[in-house]
Design a protein around this ligand. Sequence first.
Ligand code: MRU
Length: 374
Amino acid sequence: MKIDGKQMRSIWVEGDGASVGIVDQTQLPHRFATARVATLEDTAHAIKAMQVRGAPLIGAAAAYGVWLALRVDTSDEALERAYAKLMGTRPTAINLKWALDEMLAAVCNQPRAERTEAALRRASEIADEDVAINQAIGRHGLKIIEGIAARKKGERVNVLTHCNAGWLATVDWGTATAPIYMAHDKGLSVHVFVDETRPRNQGASLTAWELGHHGVPHTVIPDNMGGHLMQHGVIDMVIVGADRVTAQGDVCNKIGTYLKALAAHDTKVPFYVALPSPTIDFTVNDGLAEIPIEQRAADEVATMTGKTVDGRIETVQIVPDGSPVANYAFDVTPARLVTGLITERGIVAANRAALAQACPERAEVRPKSHRKVN
Ligand code: MRU
């Protein structure tokens, strides 16, 4: 996407050929800053601290992290250490494991002298593939928006989205936002209701920032307003991203997604999930029972950070001293509430047969819950 007229991705190999550049997402929306990641430790920190975030971008960053680790030590032990360290950063988005497995497969059978180059090659491919995948998601999702626009005789199409499944959460284009950007670029009248997405406010801070820079009309709303808008017929469709989709089509995404799906179901608003196929985890079946849900620090709930009237960035506490808080970062939307999965391979129904048909090469893995225990 373009920032101030300059074509950008969310992650890139720096000109020194020895480090990786990222957009430091913890600084947005009030400051656009980039950071340089030069080591395995830097990469793990960037993922953990959410300087880079969003399932596909976490995967791409981890892939480059393996390359950075191998620049220092090409041994099997170093490779295993890098895999374990990066796997330990965040537990829910499956793209992390997918990318690390891809990296392992690309380098482990290479002679040590060729491992670093093979790692850079595969990491760069993963990044490029993500861009191509998101463009394909955009093309498939665009048809849905065009259909709604035609039914509304060109009247504005209102999309609701949750969290940030935009270009900042991927390498470029985003998943949920790709159809929106394409519709807007094509001249369709599209408007986005952006859930602020407490506690980290990825909607208010990141999605609104992205859409604004691309010129897409949008309105930031409190998380609990979506149901009201749906009841009043304001929302034409919901598109969210995903951190993991199970073999039976359950969708794990940012906390609060489930409540939007319930409201959409009740009001008959189509609820779509946009995802690249690496987000599908064919080894798990029942999302509620089997997906590990990240629990994050209490201060994300107990405090808010923002810009003061005189332009300073400050953090303030918003709960009483000593009040305990809970901070589950993701929830699971059962497949029955999902209208369709917008993937690079087309719109896929959220069920086992459709997912297996869409991804036959990966569906051979049997979900753990369906494996026979000896
Ligand atoms: O905790 P985050 O900000 O990494 O969570 C991100 C989300 O939940 C996104 O919706 C999801 O990763 C899809 S990104 C294309």
